[in-house]
Design a protein around this ligand. Structure first.
Ligand code: MN3
Length: 240
């Protein structure tokens, strides 16, 4: 009895230390408990302004898909995550901190925070059709990691095609090493317990809502045409 009580006290103390020293603080205070987290103003996700008109990515991505995708799907993720953050009293310092500690929050926050972040990222790494190829820093990095742009596209397409059901394909930098992979649902490679991790450089939404109106079941065609609207300058920027 004595031992287990001491164990309990030790564990409690350790938990308290972890809870007060770590910088990325995600805490869900118990009812009535005063938590340090209450001193941090609640973080709010924001939906970025589309950097182009809804029809600007035609013919690769049609205007109606963009309208629904940005105006309904993405807007809902942002609204829902902010509601869940408020009602569950979860606090954190940045989106990166939240994702790092994502295993400690509810599925509602996980799914909607991922959806809010991933779509902000997605809009930013596209631009009106230019069919540009990577150049400069991005070209060097891709050639270095994958041999050629064509081989990179092949591997990326393969990851996007093999993602069963809904999810995302990614190019990430993992401590300076470029890697291709995918995540399910609205997960992303910043999530602490993701099987595929790294800093996102390029991401592709392969949920059916991203392409079904124009491409129906032809995910492959959607991906082929998507390469025409990739914003390689943004990829290069994220390479640092
Ligand atoms: Mn989507």
């Amino acid at each position: 009895m004595k031992n287990s009580r001491r164990d309990f006290i030790e564990k409690t103390l350790k938990a308290a230390i972890v809870g007060t020293v770590g910088v990325p603080l995600i805490a869900r205070p118990a009812k009535g408990a005063v938590s340090r987290s209450t001193s941090i103003p609640p973080y709010l996700f924001k939906q970025i302004q589309l950097p182009y008109a809804v029809n600007a990515l035609e013919p690769s991505i049609d205007a109606q898909t963009m309208e629904i995708h940005y105006g309904k799907h993405h807007a809902s993720y942002v609204k829902n995550v902010n509601e869940a953050i408020a009602s569950e009293k979860v606090t954190f310092a940045s989106e990166e901190d939240l994702f790092k500690n994502i295993s400690t929050v509810s599925d509602k926050i996980r799914n909607n925070a991922g959806g809010a972040y991933n779509h902000n990222f997605f809009w930013a790494v596209m631009k009106p059709a230019s069919a540009e190829s990577p150049s400069g820093k991005a070209l060097d990095a891709i050639n270095g990691a994958f041999g050629s742009v064509d081989k990179f596209k092949e591997q990326f397409t393969d990851a996007a095609m093999k993602r069963f059901g809904s999810g995302w394909a990614w190019l990430v930098s993992d401590n300076g090493q470029l890697k291709i992979g995918s995540t399910p649902n609205q997960d992303n490679p910043l999530m602490g317990n993701s099987e595929f991790k790294g800093t996102p450089l390029l991401g592709l939404d392969v949920w059916e809502h991203a392409y079904y109106l124009k491409y129906q079941n032809k995910r492959n065609e959607y991906i082929t045409n998507w390469w025409n609207v990739v914003n390689w300058n943004e990829v290069a920027k994220r390479l640092g």
